[in-house]
Design a protein around this ligand. Structure first.
Ligand SMILES: Nc1ncnc2c1ncn2[C@@H]1O[C@H](COP(=O)(O)OP(=O)(O)OP(=O)(O)O)[C@@H](O)[C@H]1O
Length: 245
């Protein structure tokens, strides 16, 4: 189980995570919050991409600070922009690269690559140049390239941000079907239906933690309150004039 213990983190002296503590045990966990609330930074602490300034992050009792390599192998990470994750010229090569150095034979590598491509609708694109895939296909490739390594936990940082609605659905379906634990950061609140738990981040703190509907209601209230904050005179502004004809 992933455990976040009293984690704080700052960039250039500016606090981004403030004493966050979470036990992340459920199968499907969402993390939502305003832009800049610290979601990505929190997600990155989960596999040691970001090490906390204080506090610690543990996977099954092992600290990301000490056992970074082991934890990276157990916690897969999918980024919002698949282009940042695709490193090889062809689809199959890109999936295969994650299996390097694991002492697997050629046949097993081939088998695992074929299986993951097939599961994610990319079997017909095996030798296709990866950069020519559509946005949705690139996101599926990024997902496949992480899943081929068989992580226990998958952390997805807004994997549907760049996608149209059809591809959002494709990625949602793929995530739903995964046997492993998924921790999903998203601004697509509908994706969280059926999740076990949703954490709301605000200004570096986990301010709500509960069922999806209650978490979304809390987040919506938070955003509405922010939109009508004192000093914001938007509500007092006169409505724009109708164009005259
Ligand atoms: N590498 C970095 N160096 C400096 N500041 C950073 C870095 N990464 C993030 N920040 C800052 O930390 C704050 C939190 O960023 P973070 O990406 O964690 O928020 P977020 O909730 O994921 O936002 P979004 O919804 O926009 O992706 C932001 O103000 C951001 O500018």
């Amino acid at each position: 189980m992933l455990r976040v213990e009293n984690v704080t983190h700052a960039y250039g002296g500016r606090p981004v995570l403030r004493d966050v503590s979470l036990d992340l045990a459920e199968h499907r966990i969402g993390i939502i919050g305003a832009n800049g609330s610290g979601k990505s930074t929190l997600a990155r602490t989960l596999n040691g991409l970001v090490l906390p300034d204080s506090g610690r992050v543990l996977l099954d009792g092992r600290d990301t600070r000490r056992d970074t390599r082991w934890i990276r192998g157990r916690v897969g990470f999918v980024f919002a922009d698949p282009a940042a994750q695709i490193v090889m010229p062809t689809v199959a090569e890109d999936v295969q690269i994650g299996l390097r150095g694991r002492g697997l034979g050629r046949a097993e590598i081939q088998e695992r690559v074929d299986a993951v491509l097939c599961r994610h609708g990319l079997e017909g694109h095996r030798d296709h140049p990866a950069h020519l895939l559509s946005g949705g296909q690139k996101q599926m490739l990024a997902l496949a390239s992480v899943l081929v390594t068989e992580p226990d936990v998958l952390v997805c940082d807004e994997p549907t941000t760049l996608l149209d609605l059809r591809n959002v659905r494709v990625v949602e379906r793929a995530l739903r079907a995964l046997p492993q634990q998924v921790i999903l950061l998203t601004h697509h609140l509908g994706t969280l239906a059926g999740f076990d738990r949703v954490v709301v981040m605000d200004e570096g703190r986990a301010v709500f933690d509960g069922a999806p509907a209650a978490a979304i209601a809390h987040y919506t209230e938070l955003m509405d309150a922010g939109a009508a904050a004192p000093g914001d005179d938007a509500a007092a502004r006169p409505a724009p004039e109708e164009p005259r004809t």
